[in-house]
Write a protein that binds this ligand. Structure first.
Ligand code: FMN
Length: 198
């Protein structure tokens, strides 16, 4: 929660396409959360310098990760979020390389027994045809390994292959707003958006 008691949502987006289908769905979720007065933060992994984990597994004894890149700042935003959204396009029936690299870099927190504080998690996978379940399952395992106790997880799979496909599907965008409503409910916010906000 930020200083003024406002709830914070962070969306981590694994698509390199700044105007792709995945980000279109994420933007719909964030806009709906914003209407419920949630402060929203979107991280486009493709715009960050995040190198693959080096696998030395000595994280616990270090003051900082040996890799001096953007991961520390990204992870700081992620671990402080009240609500976390992970979104990936389906690549070879799993998460994108950007999302997998992000997940592996969470090892710095994992080996220090540091856990996500999010009270609600949303997972979004977008594909042309195949791989929704596999991609959601990878991100769900990340959440399980990064939390203690039960955290409500809500999922959304979208079928949108070519640029502009997600924007042209009112039912997919409605499902995205539904995901936001579920997240808001889990955060203890009212089911309805605040009239006149944003
Ligand atoms: C490297 C790569 C691998 C892909 N693998 C799959 C796949 O396994 N199954 C599928 O149906 N679509 C696959 N796709 C299509 C994407 O999931 C689809 O274009 C999606 O809309 C991309 O989301 P974006 O617009 O957010 O980048 C692949 C695309 C790329 C670039």
């Amino acid at each position: 929660m930020s200083a003024g008691g406002v709830l914070r949502a962070v969306a981590v987006v694994g698509s390199p396409r700044l105007n792709g289908n995945t980000v279109r769905v994420v933007d719909e979720v964030l806009a709906e959360l914003g209407r419920r007065a949630v402060e929203c933060d979107k991280i486009m992994l493709g715009e960050q310098r995040i190198a693959p984990c080096r696998g030395h597994v000595t994280c616990k004894g270090l003051d900082a990760c040996l890799l001096d890149d953007d991961a520390a700042a990204v992870l700081d935003r992620v671990y402080r979020a009240d609500c976390l959204i992970l979104a990936s396009p389906v690549y070879y029936e799993d998460v994108s390389a950007q999302m997998k690299t992000f997940i592996d870099r969470n090892a710095y927190y994992f080996y220090r027994d540091a856990w996500l504080r999010a009270r609600a998690v949303g997972l979004i996978a977008v594909t042309k045809v195949t791989g929704i379940e596999e991609t959601l399952a990878t991100m769900r395992r990340y959440v399980t390994l990064s939390t203690t106790g039960e955290v409500p997880v809500f999922t959304l799979g979208g079928y949108a292959g070519d640029p502009g496909d997600a924007a042209a599907q009112p039912e997919l965008l409605a499902a995205a707003r539904g995901l936001a409503a579920d997240l808001a409910g889990a955060l203890g916010l009212s089911a309805a958006a605040i009239p006149g906000s944003q």
